[in-house]
Design a protein around this ligand. Structure first.
Ligand code: 8X3
Length: 251
């Protein structure tokens, strides 16, 4: 029986690349996102490769998350994998210059959204006595960089939550894993810099950053590991990145 993978933030970046990669491998997909048009487009494209179900909701709204999962047809409630991918950065600056709205956005999406979705999906995994939860954290969650403050804090929360979750579930046949990417060339910096393309591009110039596809392949590898193997905590960096904010730019 094909495995069902639920992906949050499935219409762009790492989420979209992973959806496409897993569709090619025959996984069945529940694509979650806020943007109905993008979801419909993704469903149309990926529907040619595999079975796809879409859930359009705002992950930062507690009720919407639980309603969305409840609304799944019975056959789609057998969720094998939860990929908690939705997350963003808003702004890069000192705390004294920061915007409260940016901080709320990051905490609501990166932390609360991830926790709500986990809480909503977990009863289904517990009832079937199997599952795999993969949380997308960041190197920023373990190595703080100047002006990263609240973003780094949100990813540190993902790191702490993931470890706690693993401890709560290790007797329940549910794998809990975290991926901590370094610099991945997606819309991440464009969102962080509020549409400033030039500034966003500079982040990825002078070296070869990771691509969303690299993450998709890593996730497929983690899912393909045998039942007794959990790639529990994976730091993935461009070869030219040694740590947060430490990139060897040569080109
Ligand atoms: C993304 C990596 O270094 O831009 O979380 O914060 S970084």
């Amino acid at each position: 029986m094909a495995k069902i993978v639920l992906i949050s933030g499935a219409t762009s970046g790492i989420g979209a690349a992973t959806a496409q990669h897993l569709a090619k491998q025959g996984y069945h997909l529940i694509l979650c996102g806020r943007r109905a048009e993008r979801l419909a487009e993704a469903a149309q494209t990926l529907g040619q490769l595999t079975s796809v179900h879409t859930l359009c909701f705002d992950i930062t709204l507690q009720n919407a998350v639980f309603k969305a999962i409840e609304s799944l047809p019975l056959a789609w409630k057998r969720i094998d994998v939860l990929l908690n991918n939705a997350g963003n950065a808003h702004g890069l600056g000192a705390v004294q210059d920061g915007q409260l709205a940016d901080w709320d956005n990051m905490i609501d999406l990166n932390v609360k959204g991830l926790i709500y979705l986990t809480k909503a999906v977990l009863p289904l995994m517990l009832a079937q006595n199997s599952g795999h939860i993969i949380n997308i954290g960041s190197v920023a969650g373990i190595q703080i960089y100047p002006n990263g403050n609240v973003y780094c804090a949100s990813k540190a929360a993902v790191h702490a939550f993931t470890q706690g979750l693993r401890m709560d579930l290790y007797t329940k046949n549910i794998k809990v894993s975290e991926i901590k990417p370094g610099l991945v060339e997606t819309e991440f910096s464009l969102v962080r810099f509020k549409g400033d393309k030039e500034r966003a591009q500079k982040v990825y110039e002078g070296y070869e950053p990771l691509q969303a596809q690299d993450l998709a392949e890593l996730i497929a590898y983690m899912l393909a590991a045998p039942p007794h193997v959990n790639l529990a905590d994976v730091l993935i960096l461009p070869t030219k990145q040694a740590a947060s904010g430490m990139v060897h730019k040569t080109q």
